[in-house]
Design a protein around this ligand. Structure first.
Ligand code: DX5
Ligand code: ZN
Length: 206
């Protein structure tokens, strides 16, 4: 299992130290970018991503929860993203968006819980990561939606690339998402709410 800690639940007053603390154990670093429009919350922009890029060599998995990603994705490419994931619901031209991102780095598409896999089935050959949201995006610390396990299983039958799951992941549900076919787990509050980041990350490595 690839473990991607989400910095959303880290202490933002010491982001560099938080990154250093997870670095020896984490595979990717998941960065949640929210615009207060696509989701009802705001987080960080490309300026912050660029500045923490200096702290670590770990791949930056940038999750854009923003409307009109076509206007902003290039800022994140320049800031040092290794993977850029856009929401299928956030753009009218998902195919073009995917093709554009692919010119610069790896590309992912995220699906909200209510969004069907059929939305992406025609472009699966073009993407590296399919990110299945297991909570409604916008906030850390929400409860895993059990009904999404079926969606992960269905996605696994359709797609050979990375399947990621994001939202409400902890040691008690990581096994079932793995069995359903997930390769990547994103976890925020579970890891950063633990006393030992090492133990928390290792408990997700099923
Ligand atoms: C939610 C974000 C997640 C979030 C996960 O909108 O996309 O990446 O940080 O947090 P937890 O693991 O606390 O559900
Ligand atoms: Zn995320």
């Amino acid at each position: 299992m690839i473990v991607a800690p989400s910095l959303l639940s880290a202490d933002f007053s010491k982001l560099g130290e938080e990154i250093k603390a997870i670095e020896p154990y984490a595979d990717w670093i998941h960065l949640d970018i929210m615009d207060g429009h696509f989701v009802p919350n705001m987080t960080i922009g490309a300026i912050v991503v660029k500045s923490i890029r200096k702290v670590t060599m770990l791949p930056f998995d940038v999750h854009l929860m923003i409307s009109e990603p076509e206007k902003y994705y290039m800022d994140f490419v320049k800031a040092g993203a290794d993977i850029i994931t856009v929401h299928a619901e956030a753009t009218h031209s998902l195919y073009r968006m995917v093709k554009e991102i692919k010119k610069h780095c790896k590309v992912g598409v995220a699906l909200n819980p209510a969004t069907s896999l059929s939305t992406v089935e025609n472009i699966l050959d073009e993407i590296d990561l399919l990110l299945i949201m297991t909570v409604e995006p916008g906030f850390g610390g929400q409860k895993f939606i059990d009904g999404m396990v079926k969606k992960i299983k269905k996605a696994r039958k359709m797609f050979d690339g990375y399947i990621g799951v994001d939202g409400g992941i902890n040691e008690s549900n990581v096994k079932k998402v793995k069995e359903a076919g997930a390769d990547v787990v994103v976890a925020g509050s579970y890891i950063f709410g633990s006393k030992s980041y090492k133990k928390a990350i290792e408990s997700l490595r099923v």
